[in-house]
Structure formats: structure tokens, C-alpha cells
Design a protein around this ligand. Structure first.
Ligand code: NAD
Ligand code: UDP
Ligand code: UDP
Length: 310
């Protein structure tokens, strides 16, 4: 099969490409390299079944493919808030272009949506039926509302144009290849601990997140894409931790002497987040298999290698 992965040079996209290439597919990686890197896909360069195109998805493009995994969009708050209008364009115009492409070539279209569509949730854990509590005009809105429109567009292309769609709502995911300066909590704590710096907990650290290891997530993508269920479907690890617990776990594993310090909580920071994965279990036979301690160990090793090389 010929498969397009937008955002394929990024963290999750490059792990997905590894899986798709190993399964013998023909893969096209489309990326503008805003937060993605060639080193993430280096091992496939020169392979006749792999192609990389430097392109910004806010501009139209014509390609012939059978499936589209649409991941292009910066995912970390510091990167998506750097140019919020661009983030909206990527989610709205970019998704529109990829849906237009899917319609023209009759490709199945997979949208990497997010738990952020639930905003700061009043329902816990979050099932797919929950409609969310998103601030339309806050610092996170460009991303949250952008993804909500991307979901709407996907369903409207399905209804109006019979495009086959699959929508995944991804919860916090971590693993090797996250950027050192990514700004997300797992990479921040690991990099800080490895460098002997203080671990920066925002607020009092009582807010919660549920962390999914990247290989588990990619397995969920493949099952959703190739199954019969349209979604939206939550993909994440239901194991819920406070941010302070995460800081203490990283501290224990990397550097027990590292200090934990507290910084102001960013505006609109969701208080808690945990996926209800009943649907993924029922429709995809999927659930995460890598416990946080194991996933953190693998991620720490990757950062240690990279930091000692640089
Ligand atoms: P990432 O920043 O590593 O990857 C995003 C990729 O998209 C990068 O390679 C970037 O260069 C590319 N990109 C951004 N804007 C583009 C544009 N206009 N045109 C072409 N390419 C563009 O992030 P990630 O963590 O790998 O996330 C991938 C997808 O999964 C995103 O859509 C994100 O919203 C979604 N997601 C991620 C998480 C998570 O915890 N990592 C959680 C929920 C949803
Ligand atoms: N599009 C694209 N590649 C294609 C087909 C369409 O980039 O192979 C873009 C097209 O330029 C348009 C968007 O996708 O901006 C939506 O296309 P659609 O055909 O649905 O709408 P229309 O072009 O009729 O507005
Ligand atoms: N966070 C933190 N210290 C950091 C980075 C993030 O305490 O150095 C907190 C952040 O305020 C949030 C949680 O960790 O409550 C997860 O943040 P992240 O940016 O990783 O993801 P998101 O908020 O998008 O879920």
C-alpha cells in the first residue's frame, strides 16, 4: 500500500513510519520540519520504498496514495503557541487540503486529534461522548479549537463526500525522539534531571495526566486505521499520575539529588486528564502494554545517548 504520513518527521510520525516501513509499505513523509527532524527518519533515506517531501500542508498538494495518516501540527504548548495563527491554519487549511486530497484519490484518512478537545474536563475520566470544556479565546485555543474544527471537517467530508475517515483522540504520549526543548513535561523533567538542573513543577503539581508510551499508541493507530470503526476513539494509557508523582519518579530514576522546584501554573492548564478507553478495548481489542516505569526507562536511555553525543 502507498501511505502518506503528514508530520512524519516528528516524534509520533517517525515511530509510525518505522512500523509502516517494517510492514512493507510504500511510505511518503510530508513535513515542513517546524518541529520535525531529518534525523528521525534518517534510517529510511535512500530506501526505494521511502520518500520525503518538504512541504507545508497549508498549501495544496497533489499525490496518489491509498491511506493518509494526518499528524502534521506542532503538539507542544510552547511550539503551537509560538505562532497561534499558523497553528490554526495548519489545523484548518492543512486538514482541509488533506481531506481534499483523500476525496480526490479515494484514500482512507486518519486524523490525529487530541484529548485537548475535552479542554479542562468536568467529566472524569473522559469518554468520547463528552463534549468538552474548551476556552475559545485562551492561549491553548489555537490548538484545541483547531483540532475541534479538524474533527468537524473530517466528519463533514465523510457525510458530504463519502471520504472514509478514522479519528483518534490521543492522550499525552511520550518516548524516544521527543525534542530536548520540546517543553512537554516528560522531556523537561528527564532533560533537567540528566543535566543536574532542578525539575520545574508548574503549580503545586496536583494536576494529573495519563502517559502513553509511543509504541502502544502506534499499535492503536494501525488497528484504528485498518478496522471498521470511524471513531472518534480515545487512545491513551488510563494510568493517571499527578505531575508531582511524575517528577518524583524521574528524580528517583535519574538523579535522586536533583531538586524539585515549583513555578507558576500556565493559564487554562487542564486540572486532570484520564482516557476512558472502553471503546478502544471493545472495537480495536487495544490497550496499552508498557507501564510508565518501563517507558520512562527507555525514554531516559534515549535522552542520555543524545545528550552525551551533543
Ligand atoms: P511533533 O511536533 O513532534 O510532530 C508534528 C510534525 O508536524 C513535525 O514534524 C512538524 O514539523 C510537522 N508540521 C507542523 N506543522 C506543519 C505544516 N504546516 N506542514 C507540514 N508539516 C508540519 O508532535 P507529535 O507529538 O509527534 O504529534 C503528532 C500529532 O499527534 C499532532 O497532530 C498532535 O497534535 C497529535 N497529538 C500528540 C500528542 C502527544 O502527546 N504527543 C497528544 C495528542 C495529539
Ligand atoms: N486539494 C489538495 N490536493 C488534492 C485535492 C485537493 O491539496 O489532491 C485541496 C484543494 O486545493 C482545496 C482543498 O483540498 O483547497 C479541498 O478540496 P475540495 O476538492 O474538497 O474542495 P474545492 O477544491 O472544491 O474547494
Ligand atoms: N508541566 C510542568 N513542568 C514542566 C512542563 C509541564 O509541571 O516543565 C505541567 C503542565 O503545566 C501540565 C502538565 O505538566 O500540567 C503536562 O504538560 P504538557 O505540556 O506536557 O502537556 P499538556 O498540558 O498539553 O497535557
Amino acid at each position: 500500500m502507498r501511505i502518506l504520513v503528514t508530520g512524519g518527521a516528528g516524534f509520533i510520525g517517525s515511530h509510525l513510519i518505522d512500523r509502516l516501513m517494517a510492514a512493507g509499505n510504500d511510505v511518503i513523509c510530508l513535513d515542513n520540519f517546524y518541529t520535525g527532524h531529518k534525523r528521525n527518519i534518517l534510517k529510511w533515506m535512500g530506501n526505494p520504498y521511502f520518500e520525503v517531501i518538504r512541504h507545508d500542508i497549508t498549501e495544496p498538494i497533489r499525490l496518489e496514495v491509498d491511506q493518509i495518516y494526518h499528524l502534521a501540527c506542532p503538539a507542544s504548548p510552547i511550539h503551537y503557541q509560538y505562532n497561534p495563527v499558523k497553528t490554526i491554519k495548519t489545523n484548518v487549511m492543512g486538514t482541509l487540503n488533506m481531506l481534499g486530497l483523500a476525496k480526490r484519490v479515494k484514500a482512507r484518512f486518519f486524523l490525529a486529534s487530541t484529548s485537548e478537545v475535552y479542554g479542562d474536563p468536568e467529566v472524569h475520566p473522559q469518554p468520547e461522548e463528552y463534549r468538552g470544556n474548551v476556552n475559545p479565546i485562551g492561549p491553548r485555543s489555537c490548538y484545541d479549537e483547531g483540532k475541534r474544527v479538524a474533527e468537524t471537517l473530517s466528519f463533514d467530508y465523510k457525510i458530504q463526500n463519502n471520504v472514509e475517515i478514522r479519528v483518534a483522540r490521543i492522550f499525552n504520549t511520550y518516548g524516544p525522539r521527543m525534542l530536548e526543548n520540546d517543553g512537554r513535561v516528560v522531556s523537561n523533567f528527564i532533560v533537567q534531571a540528566l543535566k543536574g538542573e532542578s525539575l520545574t513543577v508548574y503549580g503545586d503539581g496536583s494536576q494529573t495526566r495519563s502517559f502513553c508510551y509511543v509504541s502502544d499508541l502506534v499499535e492503536g493507530f494501525i488497528r484504528l486505521m485498518n478496522g471498521e470503526h470511524t471513531g472518534p476513539i480515545n487512545l491513551g494509557n488510563p494510568g493517571e499520575y499527578t505531575i508531582l508523582q511524575l517528577a518524583q519518579a524521574v528524580q528517583q530514576m535519574v538523579n535522586p539529588d536533583a531538586e524539585i522546584i515549583f513555578k507558576p501554573l500556565p493559564q487554562d492548564d487542564p486540572r486532570r486528564r484520564q482516557p476512558d478507553i472502553t471503546k478502544a478495548r471493545t472495537f480495536l481489542g487495544w490497550e496499552p502494554t508498557i507501564p510508565l516505569a518501563d517507558g520512562l526507562k527507555l525514554t531516559i536511555e534515549d535522552f542520555r545517548d543524545r545528550l552525551t553525543q551533543s
